[in-house]
Design a protein around this ligand. Sequence first.
Ligand SMILES: [Zn+2]
Length: 159
Amino acid sequence: MFPHAHFMAAILGAIFGYKYGYINFYDILLTGILAVIIDFDHYLLFFLKYGILNPVTFLNKMAEISVTYSENDRSFIHRKIGMLIIFPIIGTVFLLSTRIGFILFVAYGTHMLLDHLHKFNKTFSGSKIVNIYGMKIAWDIREELLFVIMTGISIYMLL
Ligand SMILES: [Zn+2]
């Protein structure tokens, strides 16, 4: 999934938390940013595996992965075993601070939901690799539609 889709899914989830008083208004943005940062583990893993820091090489590799759905290039926190460990930790944090627990739950939860939805959906995949100025981008019309819908609902809820 693309960063902007992760961002918007977390924003949408966070708006619910804001409406119910779990978090404050600025926490909505914080949740969105956190949901995007989760994907930095791919960059770290890529660097550890290939020793390459070049972000363009990395993004090209990411584009390939998002159309081949290779599990090998997912790090621990993106796998089911990671979720089995991280969700209980977030649950514990929630007991100590509902605000921080809620932010972490929405950022991580929406991120995993979208990533696994994307993987689950592979048999119907419409992801294509397009070349923009020598940089490969995996593009999927359904992800863009989802982004537009989530943005629309988020704006509606904040009005
Ligand atoms: Zn991810």
